[in-house]
Write a protein that binds this ligand. Sequence first.
Ligand SMILES: [Zn+2]
Length: 223
Amino acid sequence: MYLIKTPSVIQKLFPSFHWKVDTPKETPVLYLTFDDGPIPQITPWIQEQLAAFNAKATFFCVGNNARRYPELMEATLAAGHSVGNHTMHHLDGWKSDNLPYFHDVRHCALQVKSSLFRPPYGRLKPAQAQFLTRHYEVVMWDVLSGDFDPELTAEDCFNNVVRNARSGSIVVFHDSLKAEDTVRAVLPRLLKHYAELGYSFEALTPELLTQRKAELAPQLQTA
Ligand SMILES: [Zn+2]
């Protein structure tokens, strides 16, 4: 069971996480993210599709894959995309003790040098969240495409995004074998759809997200 659109009440319950980005209305932007790669079977293909639309995206990399395919990491950065930490071994925070979990995140950080972090499955225990938000920009999402779900067709997945994504939405896809067929069917169509609506596709950066956090906490220094 999962939710395609993260309800705003959940987003408000965890304000230290990034769920979407406030963007000016006149310049709509979509923040596409791809989790679990990089792998040679699909990551380069995704980046070719993005390049055709001059689109930038964010890749939350599993450390083990980053270690295995350093050339894919280099190509990702060289193309202007950003990368984030997705733990070394794709750990589920709810099922992990805190110290081994933090160790796995740090292990990944040696491969994926980034202060962006997305917890696998979006799951963190409160103590993990508290610790990680001090050291990372924790990036969740506004819309899940559902590309990982074998019960969904490519059409379902396309509709999940177009019915729910708005300017500033952070949208989740996967560069994984499990999602490959769906992503191949959906991504070019989505890029075309949003490009025709005047959207641009940008990468999330620590600078963008920390700036946003600073803007959200203005009243604190009034004294
Ligand atoms: Zn993942």
